[in-house]
Design a protein around this ligand. Structure first.
Ligand code: HMG
Length: 390
């Protein structure tokens, strides 16, 4: 039985910062951000968007009534969740009106959470071929104003329906994975901002990639020429290229050209959104599928997932016939086209606006957020959400 991605959509908040202007404000050359890091625009979340609303807005793009009835497992991958106890999945389940006979959980391992979610979903579908699983990857990346990580912030979510006989990408069974207890990036419970050893994190990312790639080749006897494209977890778009270059010589000249060209398509959306942690790899997949010419059915796509701390995995999928008909390219194009730029001053002000943590009531009524699902305020320590489409 084939199991894999039947639907995939993403949502990013409607506001962004131009990286050239951020560079000017931080007194660095713009090329450091646009070429050295490889980012053009950074999505900024208004107070009315949190990881729950971002995930729900992403899912709203792809779900129909049949999905709502058949989804019996909601897996929410995040590392910027809003509650230490209750999962974001339960809120999304209610906001989207899903079948009550469902399991709903949150999964955490830095940016790797949604990949773990996909593997769990695969097992669930293998046992329950008629059901569908909603896998969500949603985060707001915050390092702080004037920090080295600032240029690699972002906000957004990816939603995927995992099912039998998927219309987009059938996941293959072989994959390679690795865990090592390292301190490259972490965020203690008491901190709003991530701590990061930037250089070390870059080195470990590349080392993990090389290690799981070697392991994958040994397990499968496949090589780089067997791949149409490889998508990477992209905290910023330059880093995937650095990892790819470490193995590129293993491919024929023709394959090298193909992999490099497809790498560019796989980074376009990320370049304009920033790091969305758990969703970054899957945003890259959406970008590849929507921004490339149609690939042949049967083409193999590689996916490298990396979550600091750290867990890495290399896994693969096979593109299904006419997959392009099932993408949400137009909706995503509209989303990008309707975004509004904010000045650095506005971004800094928004960055400092956070929800109250002292039990007081807050109402976020008067923003211009066009998102259908929003955080409207806080009352009695409870987040008040609204789905305007209901
Ligand atoms: P930095 O140290 O300020 O930057 O921060 P840099 O000095 O290393 O420069 C960056 C690049 O720009 C360099 O290129 C420079 O040469 C180049 P490289 O040598 O690396 O190829 N550069 C220029 N290029 C053109 N024109 C210029 C120019 N000036 C400089 N004028 C760093 C960079 C990524 C360390 C920082 O942004 C950071 O700490 N980010 C957060 C951590 C991160 O993203 N790590 C990635 C791997 S870990 C990961 O992926 C997991 C993560 O997503 C979290 C999770 O799993 O939950 C982060």
């Amino acid at each position: 039985m084939k199991i894999g991605i039947d639907k995939i959509g993403f949502y990013a908040p409607h506001l962004y910062v131009d990286m050239n202007k951020l560079a000017a404000a931080r007194n660095v050359e713009p090329e450091k951000f646009t070429i050295g890091i490889g980012q053009e625009k950074m999505a900024v979340a208004p107070i009315t968007q949190d990881p729950v609303t971002l995930a729900a807005n992403a899912a709203l793009i792809i779900l129909d009534e049949e999905d709502r009835a058949k989804i019996d497992f909601v897996i929410f991958g995040t590392e910027s969740g809003i509650d230490n106890s209750k999962s974001g999945a339960v809120y999304v389940h209610r906001l989207l009106g899903l079948n009550p006979n469902a399991r709903s959980v949150e999964v955490k391992q830095a940016c790797y959470g949604a990949t773990a979610g996909i593997q769990m979903a695969k097992g669930h579908i293998a046992l329950n071929p008629d059901s569908r699983v909603l896998v969500l990857a949603s985060d707001i990346a915050r390092y702080g104003l004037n920090t080295a990580g600032e240029a690699t912030q972002g906000a957004g979510a990816v939603a995927m329906v995992i099912s039998a006989d998927p219309k987009i990408l059938a996941l293959e069974d072989q994959s390679a994975y690795l865990t090592a207890d390292i301190m490259d990036f972490w965020r203690p419970i008491y901190s709003d901002f991530a701590f990061v050893d930037g250089k070390f994190s870059n080195e470990q990312y590349v080392l993990f990639f090389k290690t799981v790639w070697e392991q994958y080749k040994t397990k499968t006897n496949l090589g780089l020429n067997d791949f149409e494209a490889i998508c990477f977890h992209l905290p910023y778009t330059k880093i995937g290229l650095k990892a790819l270059r470490t193995i590129l010589e293993e491919a024929s000249e023709e394959s090298q050209e193909r992999l490099l060209a497809n790498y560019q398509s796989s980074t376009l959306y990320n370049r304009n959104v920033g790091n969305i942690y758990t969703g970054s790899l899957y945003l890259s997949l959406v970008s590849l599928l929507e921004q490339s010419e149609q690939f042949k059915s049967g083409s193999r796509i590689g996916l490298f997932s990396y979550g600091s701390g750290a867990v890495g995995e290399f896994f693969t999928g096979i593109l299904q016939p006419n997959y392009q008909e099932y993408l949400y390219s137009e909706k995503h194009a509209e989303l990008f086209a309707s975004r509004t730029e904010v000045s650095i001053e506005e971004y800094e002000k928004m960055f400092q606006q956070t929800v109250p943590v002292d039990g007081s009531t807050a109402v976020f009524g008067s923003t211009n957020d066009p998102a259908p699902i929003q955080l409207k305020g806080i009352k009695d320590n409870m987040r008040q959400y609204e789905n305007k489409t209901n």
